[in-house]
Design a protein around this ligand. Sequence first.
Ligand SMILES: [Zn+2]
Length: 254
Amino acid sequence: MCVALAAALMFAGYEIAESPGSQLFGKTLVSGPKNERVVALTFDDGPNPPYTGEILDVLRAERVHATFFVVGRAVQAYPALVRREAETGNAVGNHTWNHGHLVLYDNVGLRRTLQRTDAAIFAATGRHTKIMRPPFGSRDWLVLDEVRRLGYTPVMWSVPLAKDWEDPPPRIIAARVLRYAGDGAIITLHDGNRGIVCAHTHTPRLCDRSSDVEATRLIVDTLKRRGYRFVTIPELLRMDSARSATRRVAREGE
Ligand SMILES: [Zn+2]
């Protein structure tokens, strides 16, 4: 009885520590400035044709930019899509080679999955990335330590996940996001499914992200009407460091 209770408490404690906004395992970027009308739209688990391209079409038509956290094995399969992401002013981040739980990796494995993915991104775009998002939000002290040592900023999200992987209708995905999308929000949608390379799977249904394409349009339209500007994660980080520099100067001037 006691053992079961202790196990339940430990599990609950771990769940809280690992929740997207928790800083218990080390600092991550969870949101941007709380007093500016900006949001960052992010897409995980791609590239995944044709949906990644369709999302890029929506972003271009809306004249906004987003950040794509890509899975290495999918980058290797579809490099042209990642090149298009980068060439059209969107940002690309590292989402590991095969979407594993990073808490199960040792440092060597962790380094390998990030570096192999970065090499694929570099081959596709000619640029390295310094932002990463841990798959499933899975992290602990050791993971974040090593991630930072490798020069990455770990990026989480502030808007609760819309469970778009359960394939609800686009208006439901949009409503779930819009309910929580305030100043400085980081929104996460999915243009792929854990980096599954759909040409290699027998269940193409797993790859269908058409609801996310339409939800993107609804979310961008509504947030624009609410006066929001869309920024990429690197832009959000620059705003963040500019603000802390201003604070520093103000303190020094006191
Ligand atoms: Zn993911």
